[in-house]
Design a protein. Structure first.
Ligand SMILES: Cc1cc2nc3c(=O)[nH]c(=O)nc-3n(C[C@H](O)[C@H](O)[C@H](O)COP(=O)(O)OP(=O)(O)OC[C@H]3O[C@@H](n4cnc5c(N)ncnc54)[C@H](O)[C@@H]3O)c2cc1C
Ligand code: SF4
Length: 364
């Protein structure tokens, strides 16, 4: 059994106190919300904080405020279950309700928060392993080692952004509010992410994500589709978030963001641009899906080999837009959609960046 190392748990009751605690304890401290990602990482010694600043006792971080007309503000410690079940979110920002409702299992959605989901660690088959396993293979750059075991010639880490809600929030034009002892700032959600498997967040470690601010719905409709190995509780190997605004049956605006294919969500801007000014036909959807596969260049370091992921990526985007079309014509919510894939054939990575042999199976 993997055990947690000793640590001090602080339970501030205001955001100010939490910010001050983070400033006081510096690099020794980490924030914890639901703990569904952080505690397993501590058990595997991927995170080694001696102080945890818990956010669960801070009431101002919980709940959903506002509505479709003026925009919705979601407290960072609102659970994923609450986000998925919230009526205004389900009706006006359906992709977000779908994504939150597809994270892991009901138990984890009851504990896991939307703030923790946005900040969740990147994943890699060589990293999501016990300390002993990682020690046996010599560790890697992301923790305790000096080379990347996926792409040994590469100076960077290619661990994959695996949040379900991050690509959706990006496609919806969300902003995030950050608080620290030094002050507050609000940034577009896309400015929160960096294309680096280690430094994957552009915020300082002492900054607390306090709120997620969704803009007015203003005619935007959205859908999210997720590909994963097991439909019951797996991380995404591909997430496709689409938001469209229509004028009659012509697309006026479009945003398309892909998750789980790089160290940060990837916007598929060329594909989105190809939709604007057009009627949604099966031919257009096929062309746009192929364009959208462009930014998806995953390595073989997560659940499914990169080739299957890339072609699945194109299929998912086609399905996502068709789901959106069905929803649009029915005026209702799209069927919650997830697909699991069969046991992947493990193979050597085909990326020119990579010289590794077959990757290991991942562990939780
Ligand atoms: C078996 C299993 C399956 C999973 N499947 C999925 C999945 O399908 N999709 C998915 O997206 N995730 C999945 N997860 C990961 C995780 O459960 C979710 O991402 C969850 O939403 C994390 O939220 P949390 O509140 O538990 O975060 P925590 O574990 O508390 O924190 C996660 C990270 O975010 C930081 N953090 C938390 N809150 C804040 C805040 N307010 N401000 C700044 N930093 C903060 C923490 O310091 C930590 O680095 C899975 C986890 C497990 C164990
Ligand atoms: S991509 Fe490389 S450095 Fe990053 S976690 Fe995987 S093996 Fe480690």
């Amino acid at each position: 059994m993997l055990r947690l190392p000793p640590f001090t748990y602080l339970a501030p009751s205001t955001v100010d106190d939490a910010g001050n605690a983070m400033a006081e304890h510096g690099a020794q401290a980490m924030l914890v919300a639901g703990g569904t990602d952080l505690y397993p990482n501590m058990k595997r010694r991927q995170f080694e904080p001696t102080v945890l600043v818990g956010l669960r006792a801070i009431r101002e971080l919980r709940g959903v405020r506002g509505g479709a007309r003026d925009g919705v503000t979601i407290g960072a410690c609102t659970t994923l279950s609450a986000v998925a079940a919230h009526r205004a979110i389900a009706v006006h920002y359906p992709a977000l309700a779908t994504a939150a409702g597809l994270v892991s299992s009901p138990q984890l959605r009851n504990m896991g928060t939307i703030g923790g989901n946005v900040c969740v660690d990147t994943r890699c088959n060589y990293y999501n392993q016990s300390y002993e396993w990682r020690k046996a293979v010599g560790f890697c750059t992301k923790k305790d080692g000096v080379i990347c075991l996926v792409a040994p010639g590469s100076p960077r880490c290619w661990a994959v952004s695996s949040s379900d809600t991050a690509p959706v929030l990006w496609s919806l034009g969300a902003r995030v509010r950050l608080h620290s002892a030094a002050g507050e700032r609000t940034i577009p959600v896309e400015a929160l992410f960096r294309d680096d498997g280690i430094e994957y967040l552009a915020k300082r470690p002492d900054e607390i994500l306090t709120d997620i601010v969704l803009p007015p719905a203003d005619g935007w409709r959205s859908a999210y589709l997720k590909l994963r190995r097991r439909g019951s509780f797996d991380f995404p190997v591909l997430g496709v978030a689409v938001a469209l605004r229509m004028e009659g049956d012509v697309v006026r605006d479009a945003r398309l963001v892909i998750g789980a294919v790089a160290s940060q969500p990837r916007p598929a801007s060329a594909a989105a641009a190809a939709l604007v000014g057009e009627r949604l036909t099966p031919e257009l959807i096929t062309r746009v899906a192929d364009l959208a596969a462009g930014p998806a260049k995953p390595l073989d370091n997560t659940d499914v080999p990169s080739a299957s992921c890339s072609s699945a990526s194109s299929r998912r985007r086609r399905t996502s837009r068709r789901a959106w079309c069905r929803r649009s014509s029915r005026g209702g919510s799209p069927r919650r959609s997830t697909r699991s894939v069969g046991s992947p054939q493990r193979s050597a990575c085909r990326s020119p960046r990579c010289s590794t042999a077959s990757p290991p199976a991942r562990s939780w």
